[in-house]
Design a protein around this ligand. Sequence first.
Ligand code: GTP
Length: 319
Amino acid sequence: MATAILLVGGFGTRLMPLTKNTPKPMLTVAGIPVTEHQLKMAKAAGITRIVLATSYLAELFTPYFGDGSKWGMQIQYAVEKSPLGTGGAIRNAAKLINSSESIVILNGDVLSSHNLAEQIRQHEAHGADVTLHLTKVEDARAYGCVPTDPNGRVTAFLEKMENPVTNQINAGCYVFNPRVLESIPLDTVVSVERETFPALVASGAAVYGYIESSYWVDIGTPHALMNASTEIVNRDGDFLIMPGSKVDSSARLTGGSSVAGNCQVLAGALIDSSIIESDCSIGSNAQISRSYISKGTKVEDGAKITSSFVTNDEIISIP
Ligand code: GTP
């Protein structure tokens, strides 16, 4: 069965200050870290072995995920002393995998419900070098786009442009033939999107697209992060409270808000369309709307917080 590498070592600068002390993939979406959503998605596709490719704040993953047994998975860690870029990170993590089977790569900031098992199946049926999940977006101008021929073969990797030739974009989940990974140089900074993929296509390698436009979101920007969490919560109700948190019966949660574990929400608090990370305390009659409250933050009684990122040190308006 395929092994997966999760790329979780980026700086996440677009989500500062949330990412000052928490790596982007460890940010909370609908009560649990983004990476945990991905583990569940990978497991549903039959993957039980994962390598986390870490760098920035690498030490924060192991205490949470350990050896993976809590999720019925085997998790290993490949740590880059300094970030090697997406391609360098994949190459470095692949050193831990000695297998002739397909290797799945997941960008650590994407939530996707596409059929990964089918992506792997098509990759193997084509005998492909790489198969990328491609999704269609309404407006592709903000993305590089990836055209394919009628057989699904990728014909180019195009940079962002005003008039995209297709609305198919790289969705950040790849299946690699392990031999192809070995062509990426070791201990070198490489971008898989800007260097490896265009070079493979130019050399005539068998690079295929797996096109599926089911639920997909890149949580790398503030609004996408907030929307992803409230949308996921809204699938099953108006709010979510994780086990181990105490919410006073007179407090009101709404708009897809989530409260992660070990929090306390006091009497009369109102939390709308917001994400509360673990270990927070929300004071009585506090009003929090469309905001992200970081791990361990104490919100004062009666505080009014709107459209803000809140850490223990600062409150900034969501850009
Ligand atoms: P921004 O700084 O906000 O652009 O975020 P980012 O640094 O996370 O970059 P980007 O969104 O382009 O990265 C896509 C995925 O690859 C994310 O899950 C990152 O964690 C991961 N990633 C990016 N660069 C590296 C790296 O050098 N090493 C590792 N291990 N992962 C990386």
